[in-house]
Design a protein around this ligand. Structure first.
Ligand SMILES: [Cu+2]
Length: 185
């Protein structure tokens, strides 16, 4: 009888331990916003496109003006609509398990990437990242000069008061829809 009670006690203990394990990630997104930006047409550099074949063949020979012209045209080949913007927010996690933002999508841009800013040779540079970590019982801050959702190749202007719809995918929490109002920084 006594032994039976002991076994029962142990089993109860195991069940309690399982129930008290780390709680799943519980995310909330606060203060989302996107930076106002104009979609820049490809028409200005489009006029020079016929030259790009010969131009890209010439590597810079000390003439920085000619070189930057060549590089700009290379850029228009890969990103026809040109304009870029970024979306920011605070992702809070009140759960006991860490999570990570692994993908962002939006209809307003041709491609959407996760970026951070790093200092390289005293210049702030944007660097793509595979994910943005959201610690357990903590938060990830997406803000100017730090992590952000990069909107590349805007399909229309982002004006003050517009809404940018984002679909965010998280490692553990699936997808979430966010509506980020556009404003000037
Ligand atoms: Cu960026």
């Amino acid at each position: 009888m006594r032994q039976r009670m002991q076994i029962l006690g142990i089993m109860l203990g195991i069940m309690l331990l399982a129930a008290c394990g780390p709680s799943p990630a519980k995310l909330s997104i606060n203060e989302p916003w996107a930076r106002a930006a104009a979609m820049t047409g490809a028409s200005a550099s489009g006029g020079n496109m016929g030259n790009s074949g010969t131009m890209s063949g010439t590597t810079g020979m000390g003439n920085s003006g000619a070189m930057s012209g060549t590089m700009d045209m290379g850029g228009t080949d890969t990103a026809p609509s040109g304009g870029t913007s970024a979306a920011y927010m605070v992702i809070a996690n009140t759960g006991g398990t860490a999570d990570a933002l692994i993908k962002a999508e939006s209809d307003v841009a041709d491609s959407v990437e996760l970026h951070t800013m790093t200092m390289q040779d005293n210049v702030m540079k944007m660097t793509p990242v595979e994910k943005i970590d959201i610690p357990a019982n903590g938060q990830a801050e997406l803000k100017p000069g730090s992590f952000h959702v990069m909107l590349i190749g805007l399909r229309h202007d982002l004006n003050d008061g517009d809404i940018v719809k984002l679909t965010l995918t998280f490692q553990n929490s699936g997808t979430m829809q966010v509506e980020a109002p556009v404003r000037k920084p």
